[in-house]
Design a protein around this ligand. Structure first.
Ligand code: ATP
Ligand code: MG
Length: 582
């Protein structure tokens, strides 16, 4: 996948928060990230204090912390000082209802202000916060509540009545349910509004230690049953530093992360990192809507934008023309995470927004961005970039007794040297699975990658998704990216199917751009295009048209599901499945 390197202009380099990435990589130590923070006045470290109260103590209380954009077009602004008071009220409400440090609170609601206040207020009170997608059905909620042993939850009245009330009493750990929108709560619940109104707006932040549990994040469930990754307050050092390194976050910058807090991106970079870095963050209550998004970027003069490949592909599907009426001149930095970012998408960003998308790689487990290009660095479309300062990444061969370092150009498992502060400390109740992720001093990510001679990392696929065909190792990403280059193809998911002679053969599922309809001719043409780009051994043998591809709620293509269905195997855990039409 060779595309010309996108070079940063001198002006862009100078404007970057860290204009000399090479020097930063050399000199940065994780202890330095501590200097970006204050620590609690009485000792200890607390994420919410660093995100909110600290700025008020520094005299920046009047700066806008959060601008909320309602589905109905209304807006609500909160300064850092207001956010400090609201989160204090919430922490006081928790205490008033007997909730103590170490207890666990689970959230289940849309992107409303109350969700953000609850997240930070929970951390202030020293409780553990665990966010779920509000669209989850009763079963996924219940499973996660059991794994997470939730003691309290924040939700809305209608979600509660529909999805939780029928079995609530079967969860012995669950003591308190707060209803964010209720004025009078049903039996056994607390109406949050009135409780907040009665609560004091000052709260002494709980004296949490860096290693105290702070967050439980469930993985996306792309490859199987979601795991509950445990993170501690010390993670805030990584949220602070990686936000600067990878997203160019800085005080007062207008920043928009489109992810829902139910996914780790929407918490680490949709709440904590922007606030710790003193930025002004937008929260959009609505889900993806092309015109709404373009209008938001223009009207709010968004400077830094963090989104995902699935959204980028939807924008690409609508064409450049849809973006033309809008003024994106405020935008200065674009980044993407969650799935491989096809080189087409990177370049498309440059054409439409005047800036390329910066790909970056990380996982629920890593708690923060691990591999990315910094603002002042050139971009090689299709590559994820380089390890951030403080991160040592490798590509290793796991087949032997001991791990072997793969030379540049060889495919191996993407591995990281443990030691950064936002690394997970456990998979809840699954010590064996956790232990299995570490070997010979490396954390093994489960993803396959390749490193080039310049130290850039290239994503190949998830270890489970790798295809072995006639002696070739084929990563789905490479095939999918080639398919997307065809003008008819909007999205592609590629799997391997068992074959007697080849071992496996490549099968592609694609959805089409508007104006194209499935036909045998088009199928042949797309296969021909792929063959020309990739060679006959790697190109898909078959292309199947679908309206959409099965995806998780965080927007990831579920290749394992395509495969299981094709082979008539059990579908496994599909609690996070979102779109699914054939
Ligand atoms: P599960 O672990 O439950 O199967 P998941 O791995 O999708 O789900 P997340 O932690 O949300 O859960 O996602 C992390 C994974 O997403 C990475 O391991 C990788 O496979 C993929 N990913 C994230 N960012 C990128 C990227 N920039 N390029 C390629 N893949 C990415
Ligand atoms: Mg994973």
């Amino acid at each position: 996948m060779t595309r010309d390197t996108i070079r940063k202009s001198e002006a862009d380099r100078r404007r970057a928060v860290l204009p000399d990435p090479a020097a930063t990589r050399q000199s940065f130590r994780w202890e330095d990230a501590g200097a970006m923070l204050d620590g609690l006045p009485g000792g200890g470290l607390n994420i919410a204090f660093e995100a909110v109260d600290r700025h008020v103590a520094h005299g920046d209380g009047e700066r806008l912390a959060l601008r909320w954009l309602g589905k109905d077009g209304s807006t609500r602004d909160l300064t850092y000082a207001e956010l400090m008071r609201e989160t204090a009220r919430f922490a006081n409400v928790l205490r008033a209802h007997g909730l103590q440090p170490g207890d666990r609170l689970l959230s289940l609601m849309g992107r409303e202000v109350a969700l953000y206040v609850a997240a930070l207020g929970t951390l202030k009170a020293g409780l553990v916060f665990s966010p779920l997608f509000s669209a989850f059905g009763p079963e996924p909620i219940r499973t996660r509540m059991e794994i997470g042993e939730a003691n309290a939850m924040v939700t809305t009245e209608s979600i509660y009545r529909r999805k939780i009330a029928p079995w609530r009493h079967e969860i012995p750990s669950l003591r308190t349910v707060f209803l964010a929108d209720a004025t009078a709560a049903p039996e056994g619940c607390v109406a949050l509004g009135p409780a907040m109104a009665d609560a004091a707006d000052r709260f002494e932040v709980a004296p949490t230690a860096p290693d105290d549990m702070a967050l439980i994040h469930f993985t996306s469930g792309t490859t199987g049953r979601p795991k509950g990754a445990v993170h501690v307050h010390d993670a805030v050092r990584a949220h602070a530093a990686t936000g600067r390194f990878a997203l160019n976050l800085r005080p007062g910058a207008v920043y928009w992360c489109t992810a829902d807090p139910g996914w780790v991106t929407g918490t680490s970079y949709g709440i904590i990192s922007p606030l710790v870095n003193g930025a002004t963050m937008l929260v959009d209550e609505a889900d993806f809507d092309l015109d709404r998004w373009y209008a938001t970027l223009e009207r709010e003069r968004v400077q830094i934008w963090y989104t995902a490949p699935t959204a980028i592909r939807m924008m690409m599907r609508a064409g450049v023309e849809a973006a033309q009426p809008y003024d994106f001149s405020a935008l200065e930095f674009l980044a993407s995470v969650g799935e491989p970012l096809n080189p087409e998408g990177v370049v498309w960003g440059s054409e439409v927004f005047g800036r390329p998308f910066h790909d970056n790689w990380w996982q629920t487990e890593t708690g923060g961005i691990m591999i990315a290009n910094m603002a002042a660095e050139d971009i090689r479309p299709g590559s994820m970039g380089r390890p951030l300062p403080g991160i040592t990444a490798g590509v290793v061969d796991t087949s032997g007794k001991t791990l072997r370092d793969c030379p540049p150009g060889e495919i191996g498992e993407l591995a990281l040297r443990p030691g950064w502060p936002s690394m997970m400390r456990a998979y809840l109740n699954e010590p064996a699975r956790y232990a299995k992720a570490f070997r010979d001093g490396w954390y093994l990510s489960g993803d396959l990658a390749m490193r080039d001679a310049e130290g850039c990392f290239w994503f190949v696929g998830r270890a489970d998704d790798l295809i072995k065909s006639s002696g070739h190792l084929i990563g789905p990403f490479e095939v999918e990216s080639a398919l997307i280059e065809h003008p008819a193809v909007a999205e592609a998911g590629v799997i391997g199917l068992p074959d007697e002679t080849a071992g496996e053969v490549v099968r592609a599922y694609v959805s089409l751009n508007p104006g194209y309809t499935p036909s045998e001719g088009l199928e042949r043409e797309i296969r021909g295009h792929a063959r020309k780009r990739l060679g006959a051994a790697v190109a898909p043998r078959e292309v199947i048209f679908r309206n959409t591809l099965p995806k998780t709620r965080s927007g990831k293509i579920m290749r394992r599901l395509l495969k299981a269905r094709e082979l008539g195997l059990p579908e496994g855990d599909i609690s996070t499945l979102e779109t699914d039409e054939t």
